[in-house]
Design a protein around this ligand. Structure first.
Ligand code: SF4
Ligand code: SF4
Length: 98
């Protein structure tokens, strides 16, 4: 009985932490350097979270703007993965926000 209570005391907080932790963890798309600027991801994103190279519109942090290829506005991205499925060269991954 005592052993069972000890297990419950340790397990329940861990379950709660994992449950609520997964609810607040934000994931976003990340475009890799192999981008060929085809624009497919830009067209399929339902949240207009992908910008063309050098386009800083809607970006509050200009340091994230990429002048070489399409990039993700992490403030708008919800990590739905639609762009990943659309990219013809598999150049987009979903990552945790740092
Ligand atoms: S993961 Fe979804 S919201 Fe984020 S850029 Fe891709 S399509 Fe847009
Ligand atoms: S779909 Fe892929 S290759 Fe095309 S612009 Fe987006 S990231 Fe680049």
């Amino acid at each position: 009985m005592i052993m069972r209570s000890l297990v419950q005391v340790q397990v329940i907080p861990l379950c709660l932490k994992n449950y609520f932790g997964s609810m607040v963890e934000k994931k976003v798309a990340k475009i890799g350097d192999s981008c060929i600027n085809c624009g497919v991801c830009y067209g399929v994103c339902p949240f207009s979270a992908i910008n063309e190279a050098g386009d800083s519109s809607g970006i509050s942090d200009e340091s994230v703007v990429n002048d070489e290829h399409y990039f993700v506005n992490t403030e708008k991205c919800v990590g739905c993965g639609r762009c990943c499925n659309g990219c013809p060269i598999g150049n987009i991954e979903i990552v945790d926000v740092n």
